[in-house]
Design a protein. Sequence first.
Length: 642
Amino acid sequence: MQQKPKWFYDFGAFRLDPVEHVLLNAGARVPLTPKAFETLLVLIESAGHVLEKDDLLKRIWPDTFVEEGTLARNVSTLRKALGDPEGQTYIETVPRRGYSFVAPVHQILCEESAGPAANTIHDQVATRGESWPSQPRLWLLAAALLAILLPSAYLVWLRPPRLSGISASRTTLAVLPFENLSGEPAQQFFADGFSEEMITQLGGLEPNRLAVIARTSAMHYQGTAKDPREVGRELGADYVLTGSVRRDADRVRISARLIRAEDGTNLWAKDYDRGVSDILALQSEVASAIAREISLKLSPERNARLAAASPVDPDAYENYLKGRYFWNKRTSASYVKAVEYFNAAIARDPKYAQAYTGLADAYALLGSSSDAEMARREAMPKAKAAALAALRLDDSLAEAHTSLAFEEMHYEWDWPSSEREFKRALELNPNYATAHQWYAFWLIAQGTPEQALAELSLAEKADPLSIIIKSDTSDLLTCAGRYGEAAQAAKRALELDPNFALAHYALAEAYAGQQMDAQAIAEYQEMLARDNGSSWARTGIARAYARMGQRAEAERLLDETLQGCRNLSDCALEVAFIFASLGEKDQAFAWLDKAVQNRDGGLILLNGSLPLMPLRTDARYAGLKQRIGLPINDGEVAARIR
């Protein structure tokens, strides 16, 4: 009977069939798009070697112009399918170059019979391209046994540890912005707010089994006509929820549709016509319907919580949505406006827990801005009081635990309590991007940059198109001394929005770390062009001039910084940065002392602060860290002893 050889690639618990384009996991088929499969095959065929990004793009899309981000999304999809979202076991990212398949690969040669006989393992087993020569029958038996046993052995030995309670095979859902069909642009806040509340509601269903893409990434698709299949591919989502909102006085009509991203199949669609007071119950009803459609079995506690959704005062709900609308604008003036609306919501319904959470978020970001409309010492205690009020009403709100953790970390420097709150938030909702994002700063403050960056990667997975998370990644890479990677991260943020001022600042800092002062100044100036009131940009330019030996220019900008401060204590850290760059250590420490008295949030980064590097060997630096409760490294201990 005529036979033809057929190769399989085995790695871990997986088997890849390059002819049939099938990937199996312990015998079960793993669904992959054609391009994702091609990407995996190319990587496996070059296992153990680095494949440059340009080479991968040419091999997978030979006749099409494709952006680098498409390749990155393909790799992200593969990592998820392989149960290795962090790229620690199978597909490794090689910074500034490309990717490498790093797990051991076994090339298995089978005989594919032309008749109905079953395939049998042949006498060749290859590891990374090396094969055994033909041997007597004993070798054939040994090869067969090894082919069967080795994948299981590697599975036990190499499988990465999983986070407790989190399944590697979580379903991912993207909630696209609901369309405003009210005919009034002024009602856009209602449609946006409904979308955001659905993300929150769905995200809390069974977060260990259902991941919901964060609002920031979903909002990138507002007003676009992209096919849900394309959206699913770009966000790595299995399902897409779309819909519309029509508001008429105290009535609201909601249309919702659930689509399977793989093939664009409409799985479920329904229209709802309710009073605004029933909006929370309506959201719970939609969430329950979606859970049923994607076969998500809810816990009794979650079912009870959905069923218990109570009516909400229409005016309170509307004020809450307006507060979130302004909070999402991320400016000092909009935070003040958000505070007004959240307080109005609470006045209408004092038991509205989400309104207190929104109030906590608004005060927290007001207190963390040096040029804010409200003094830090006033805003941060109000943030804590609002978060505690929310938790007294509903202790299961991950957002409120996160807001409380942020205040305790950023203002009180209460490291044990803030860590407990971050962990509680992530226990309640492991997919809450902001909790991962802010917890990363807790970790960098404690001198553990690799853990911090791993936490930020979880934030980015939950919110893949978030510009601020990408900018924060650049900031923390700079703190870790990985300046080249920091520059690349900042550039990725700017690809999403070239006008995002903080990304220009992050790129400038990365250049400063590489002593590329001319490039750094250019980026600080780009920030100024977009945010003329930014004292941080002027501070950065002054530091660059100081490093370049242009002392007069640096001192001129120092004077401008002092004159531009509403409150000198709010500018203390920036002034200290400039004095440190000028080599004026006594002045720098005097201003740092003012920053400590003002409880400046930027001080939590003392373990990796680039502007304060000239002070690290001074004994006073370790004393400063001790006052904030930060760990002291061996070099700083030695400096204190001297």
